[in-house]
Design a protein. Sequence first.
Length: 701
Amino acid sequence: MTPMPVERLSAAEASAEHARLGNEIAEHDKRYFRDDAPTISDADYDALRRRYEAIEAAFPELQTVDSLTRRVGSAPAEKFAKVRHSVPMLSLGNIFTDEEVVEFFARVRRFLGLGEASPLGVTAEPKIDGLSCSLRYERGRLVTAATRGDGFEGEDVTSNVRTIREVPARLHGSDVPAICEVRGEVYMGHADFAVLNEHQKDAGERLFANPRNAAAGSLRQLDPAVTRSRPLRFFAYAWGEMSALPAKTQMGMIEAFKRFGLPTNPLMVLCRSADEMLKHYRTIEAQRATLGYDIDGVVYKVDELALQNRLGFVSRSPRWATAHKFPAEKAATRLLDIEIQVGRTGAMTPVAKLEPVTVGGVVVANATLHNEDEIARKDIRIGDTVRVQRAGDVIPQVLGPVIELRLPGAKPYIFPQVCPACGSAAIREIDTKTGEADVVRRCTGALICPAQAMERLRHFVSRRAMDIDGLGEKQIQEFFAEGLIKTAADIFTLEERDRAAATKLKDRERHGETSVKNLFAAINARRRIALDRFVFALGIRHVGETNARRLARHFGSFEALRETARAAGEAASEARAELNNIEGIGDVVAEAVADFFAEEHNEEVLDRLLAQVTPQPLEAVASRSPVSGKTVVFTGSLEKMTRDEAKARAEQLGAKVAASVSKKTDFVVAGPGAGSKLDKARELGVRLLSEDEWLAMVAEK
Ligand code: IVH
């Protein structure tokens, strides 16, 4: 498509295109300079820049201080070393309403089986809007500082963190544990942020959009001298590995950190009820504007560490803590177009292309429109002025049109009935049980649709799946477009094929020898991969990280999963029942798993993939435990713990919790009132345990 001549652009169109090009060019610069992995040819890059400059020449008002045309120098080319976190750095679940606070408090009490009279303490403190960092002190000395990364592995930013005045090089006090991993937030204050941007402006450098970006950019500098010149600060609020715990409560731990010489937030209080939590939330919210640093909510944490332990984690967030976010920020802007994105399962998602607008300190140019019905229900039309909302890190969303500002002639939006990528019919499946149409319209071109194939690949290499360094979104897009990589298996034969190819990757424009070598090394590093990641990477519908882990844990090996899933085609089969019987896996997921393995094409791709990749059985969380790998059924009432807690604990130790008794059950834990499951266990000769016997078995030794 030839772009519209610059002189024919309206001011609004020019501004939108200028912003879009700016983002695109900045992204290519980053890939070229920082990641050493360019994804477009020099010629294409130059064309982007020329267009950008031409627009600026025609619309000089667009040439602001942060324009790319004013930027000099290049980003550094090296990278940070990786650091594996000895205890993963997890994230927090979010809640937004008063009711959810009440529900959080009640849920914790329910899980722990606390009676009406038993008190429960929960701390409340500001949620700092910076970036989390783990500081490892050994014998009181700071030895490593690492960013969060994907939660399991972060970047080594020790030299930079050493330049932060608020972070002590040594901890003080007689009770500092020999190994003391302190976690907290690196952030930048408002005043410092304003001064930094003034300096950036004077120096003709790029301005930072908000203090969080400034803090992140400053911490991830390859030259610690630059970090030193940036006024970063720190609050300690959590911990990782500790050789001993200096306190028994969250509050006590934070007080200990303070004694050790670490900065802690003064607004942390202990609450005894949901009412007190809400009261403190409002107090913090009222102070938000005058704190001098950005916060985006309040974090609640169960105070007693023993209770935190019992509550444990669900997926990537603790059950014992949550973040109560402040309401989203809103703005109005023009809806320029609606683009349909096709996901890996064919789901067609409408994306709003907006005239760029600043919402809560961040420029928003894209937002989700959810689905077809939402657009119709809100009667959102292209050209409308729409209200947009952004909350935290979630994708911005379009709330609805400002009807008074609607232009004459605006037509209702008609959602496409065919896939924009492959032209196949796009349909809304009818739920056989309810008879209702699915809210999502899906492309039916599963195997022929390039958008779906592309999205499957993107999912496969993504961070939480195979996590292949240097094979990001743009790179995989390029390989796909050129036909070099069509399915997941092709990734692992790329090197071999490159050896035989006439034009080698390293000789192609913008693919340096080092970057190609690194890419092959990163691919080879994933030839062995944890089973749960592998199952997640396959992109089976309804199988996210949690279900992938359940399947991996239950089957132990990929072969075992595949064998059962292949035999599970019939809804009434024994294999389907086995899938269904895995705790947390219901009819819909079981059917989706069976469907995936029933698809011949998937089987072919799997065979080719398994010739290259060996999924490693799940490391049982505590393989020393006598219940690890065993299947347990709980029945009757439990007296020392709630059913949820018992299940969570068993799973944590690597056991599988099943809902019904079968030949495969190893133990049945029966409390008072146990009925038919107990009979079945006796009939099958399954080992029976009382609650106390069970507790003795899972006790930490
Ligand atoms: S506690 C296991 N406390 O929020 C939970 N996190 O959404 C550990 N954050 O990655 C986190 N202020 O970067 C905690 N007072 C606070 C926090 C806080 C900011 C960040 C942190 C975390 C993210 C989770």
